[in-house]
Design a protein around this ligand. Structure first.
Ligand code: ACO
Length: 191
């Protein structure tokens, strides 16, 4: 994704970790121009992801990120666009308190790390960028894919999880979250 400003100036790292504190500190200390560029990128990514998933409204935006306790990992490619850089995609995660059903249909209360939104630019999909983002997040959060929950995963995300992490057998739920066999190991039932 190209923008009419220098992506390398807005995001110094190949993968930037954005959360409500960082967005808030940019708002209070960063230049207004930098703030508006960062917000433009997050809003544009959120819209593109919603479109790709055929959602009626984005679930990711700069203002939502500021008010929610989520982490957004943003991947850029420094060299593209004549050295100004392009935004490749993002992954958003956060902890959610969930009531889930284990394989026996027993309610389990858990607060797992959840994948909430995930998007790689259309022309860059299937080039390994999603895996790079996901693996960075796993290391940063010290998490394992089988212990995570996935909010309304798209067919592409399900294929991604099966291919890269061998997550295939999901345990049926009554909400929009998907968890896989192995999630319930060492988790106790609600009394
Ligand atoms: N059709 C089927 N599977 C796909 C597709 C596709 N068009 N694109 C990626 N995949 C899966 C496949 O398993 C693929 O392996 P293969 O090419 O050997 O079949 C694998 O992902 C490729 O891995 P990466 O290249 O690392 O993944 P990518 O960079 O494409 O990122 C992502 C994966 C984020 C799901 C991307 O395809 C995307 O943005 N899709 C559109 C938006 C979307 O569906 N996001 C998930 C929303 S659900 C949620 O966030 C909880």
């Amino acid at each position: 994704m190209e923008f009419p400003f220098d992506i390398n100036q807005s995001f110094s790292e190949r993968i930037s970790v954005l959360d409500q504190n960082l967005v808030a500190s940019w708002r209070s200390t960063g230049s207004p121009e930098l703030q508006s560029h960062i917000a433009t990128v997050i809003d544009e990514l959120g819209r593109a992801s919603a479109k790709a998933q055929q959602l009626s409204a984005p679930i990711t935006s700069a203002s939502k990120l500021q008010s929610q306790d989520h982490q957004l990992y943003l991947l850029k490619d420094r060299e593209s666009c004549g050295g100004r850089g392009v935004v490749v995609g993002f992954l958003k995660v956060g902890y959610k308190k969930l009531f889930l059903l284990n394989q026996q249909g027993v309610h389990i209360e858990a607060e797992p790390l959840c994948v909430l939104d995930f998007y790689v630019a259309e022309n860059l999909q299937r080039h390994g960028y999603g895996l790079e983002l996901f693996n960075f997040m796993l290391q940063h959060k010290n998490a394992e894919p089988v212990q995570m929950a996935y909010d309304r995963p798209s067919p592409k995300l399900l294929a991604f999880l099966a291919k890269h992490y061998s997550l295939m057998q999901s345990v049926p739920q009554v909400n929009n979250f998907v968890v896989f066999e192995g999630f319930f190991l060492n988790r106790t039932a609600v009394q």
